[in-house]
Design a protein around this ligand. Structure first.
Ligand SMILES: [Zn+2]
Length: 333
């Protein structure tokens, strides 16, 4: 499914099957997740060029390995990081590869992505999928689950019993952030403006509180803002307890966070961003799923040919949880 130009819709197109170059692999794609990052790729906001196959949170079986690739073989069950990193700079060598100083862009933006039967990526990006994890779910583990795991590992030092609020808790990242926060023993307030999503969050039963954001009965040790607009950022700051931390996980356009600096001093508050996850954290997220400690929350599944409808659903903001596109299952031949 190729997007011909920035802002265009994906169209079914016949392309030559890619073959791996040195240090690369090709993967027969089983499934690929769809979230708001995809919309940024479609409009060109993630860089790269067009025409382009989008799709970055994928899973599948290794198809072919290129010259010099010795640690993967055809048939291996895999997912991947969607950051094209150098593997050699200070950040790459210290497990914070998403800060790579020689960053090469994103899978599904700088190079063709996974809304195709075969994808070609650097072998370095692959992460093995344990037998206990369904390949249909593994792609969303690599983004929607690994990203909040990075928050808990690297950006917060949450203690058991702390209140953690998740803003935009009904979205694909939000609902998985609620799930991951629970695994560290936090008490979780799921904040969601959409009434249908609040109902779904209540039914899911992972959060201790489900709020609409108009009222904060608690002060929070941490607020993780998955929406990141001017209103939610201001609201997040007000919800912090003394010593609290705001983590900006999502962002909308060029919205700004404006706060009185004196509040930072008087409350010893911390404001930080968070950026995706390392391959090591993707592997950890897969292990949590394999151990049954977290379950990927899939809102809907679509065949690849229905990708235009998936894009519309993502844009509408109405989808609960993560959307999965079944690439291997082609209902329209
Ligand atoms: Zn690097």
């Amino acid at each position: 499914m190729v997007v011909a130009e920035a802002g265009g819709a994906p169209e079914l197109t016949r392309l030559p099957v890619p073959t791996p170059g040195p240090g690369e692999v090709t993967v027969d794609v089983v499934a690929c997740g769809a979230g708001l990052t995809l919309e940024m790729a479609r409009t060109g906001a993630l860089g790269g060029g067009f025409p382009r196959v989008l799709g970055h949170e994928f899973s599948g079986h290794v198809r072919e390995v290129g010259e010099g690739v010795s640690n993967w073989r055809p048939g291996d069950r895999v997912t991947a990081s969607f950051y094209l990193t150098c593997g050699d700079c200070h950040w790459c060598r210290h497990g914070r590869e998403t800060l790579c100083t020689a960053f090469g862009g994103f899978v599904g933006a700088a190079i063709d992505g996974a809304f195709a039967e075969v994808i070609r990526v650097p072998a370095r990006n692959l992460v093995a999928v344990p037998e206990q994890v369904e390949l249909a779910d593994a792609g969303i583990v690599a983004d929607a689950l690994a990203t909040p795991l990075h928050v808990m590992n690297q950006r917060l030092s949450t203690r058991a019993g702390d209140w953690v609020a998740v803003i935009g808790a009904g979205g694909g990242l939000g609902v998985h952030t609620v799930a991951v926060a629970r695994t560290v023993g936090a008490r979780v307030a799921a904040v969601e403006s959409n009434a249908d999503k609040r109902k779904a969050l209540t039914e899911l039963g992972l959060a201790d509180l489900v709020l609409d954001g108009s009222d904060w009965p608690i002060a929070c040790a941490a607020v993780i803002d998955c929406v990141g607009n001017t209103e939610t950022l201001a609201e997040s700051m007000r919800a912090l307890a003394p010593g609290g931390t705001l983590v900006v996980l999502g962002v909308r356009g060029t919205d700004r966070l404006t706060i009185p600096a004196i509040d930072l001093i008087l409350g010893e508050l911390t404001v930080t961003g968070t950026r995706y996850a390392s391959r090591n954290e993707i592997a950890q997220a897969l292990d949590l799923v394999a151990a049954g400690r977290i379950h990927p929350i899939v809102g809907a599944r679509f065949p690849l040919v229905e990708l235009p409808a998936v894009f519309e659903l993502v844009r509408s903001g109405q989808a609960f949880g993560r959307i999965v596109v079944d690439v291997a299952h082609r209902s329209a031949g």
